[in-house]
Ligand binder design. Structure first.
Ligand SMILES: N[C@@H](CCC(=O)N[C@@H](CS)C(=O)NCC(=O)O)C(=O)O
Length: 254
């Protein structure tokens, strides 16, 4: 096992990035985070990922870089041995739940962008430029309509696809709430696992836990209000918020 620090490449508002950020925090693995700017992240993601994909998160250590959150978890296991959030005896169950919630990540993005383009543009522009240098920020501001168009095409965002996205998210939320109906705190076993981390991270953009620097922000919640409102009273969303309150950003040393 090595304790050399890792670099985590993220978008601040990315729920898959949050999954890995929380995983590293929960496993007490030190890392430096580099928040990238949309569009400008592509060369970095292509170069580090070497898979023809532009997605974040990516974790890098020296000459090794791993793209795609489940692959990052695989790599961390290989590097660290058993992870505290993936106990061997429950590994299969936990990874199945990870897949279940990973599978709605794009739907969550689809739902939120469908409801916020044209409504919360000032806030989205601010989020997209928060980690940009001045030239990048100028480009994002000027090209914003084109970038939105690109997002719409890449994620196939339209009214019908947003409705289907909501249905798929709703189905996983139904499943989550059925699991939690017996009052359990954790999805598998009696401690926080990757199952909880994935479910909570992937639903956090809708649940809006107060502790999250992007989703907990009042301006984000105001901008997305109409899209978020129908989901807020769901017990699964309350569970996400409670998990953040109890388990996220607690006991971190830096
Ligand atoms: N399967 C990937 C999905 C990651 C993903 O979709 N990331 C989004 C942000 S939430 C992204 O990087 N989008 C920009 C792009 O695809 O270029 C994972 O689990 O890491």
């Amino acid at each position: 096992m090595t304790s050399a620090p890792l670099t985590l490449y993220t978008f601040a508002m990315s729920h898959y990035s949050e999954k890995i950020r929380w995983t590293l925090d929960a496993c007490q693995l030190p890392y430096q985070e580099r928040c990238l700017t949309p569009v400008f992240h592509m060369p970095t993601a292509l170069r580090l990922g070497r898979r023809g994909q532009t997605t974040l998160p990516i974790v890098q250590q020296g000459s090794v870089a791993v793209q795609d959150s489940p692959r990052i978890v695989d790599w961390l296991e290989t590097r660290q041995g058993t992870l505290s959030i993936l106990p061997e005896a429950q590994r299969e169950d936990i990874r199945q739940i990870e897949q279940r919630f990973d599978s709605i990540g794009k739907d969550v993005a689809r739902l939120l962008y469908a409801g916020s383009f044209g409504v919360a543009d000032a806030h989205i522009r601010q989020l997209w430029t928060a980690h940009a240098n001045p030239l990048q920020a100028l480009f994002i501001r000027l090209a914003y309509p084109l970038i939105c168009l690109g997002f719409r095409q890449k994620l196939n965002i339209n009214a019908a696809s947003a409705t289907r996205a909501g249905e798929r998210i709703g189905a996983q939320l139904d499943w989550l709430e059925a699991q939690l109906a017996d009052g359990r705190r954790y999805l598998v076993g009696d401690q926080l696992s990757l199952a909880d981390i994935t479910a909570a991270s992937l639903l956090a953009p809708i649940a809006c836990p107060a502790e999250h620097p992007v989703y907990g922000d009042a301006a984000y919640q105001a901008g997305m209000a109409a899209t978020l409102a129908p989901w807020q009273a769901r017990p699964g969303m309350a569970w996400v918020r409670e998990l953040y309150r109890q388990q996220r950003y607690t006991g971190l040393t830096d």
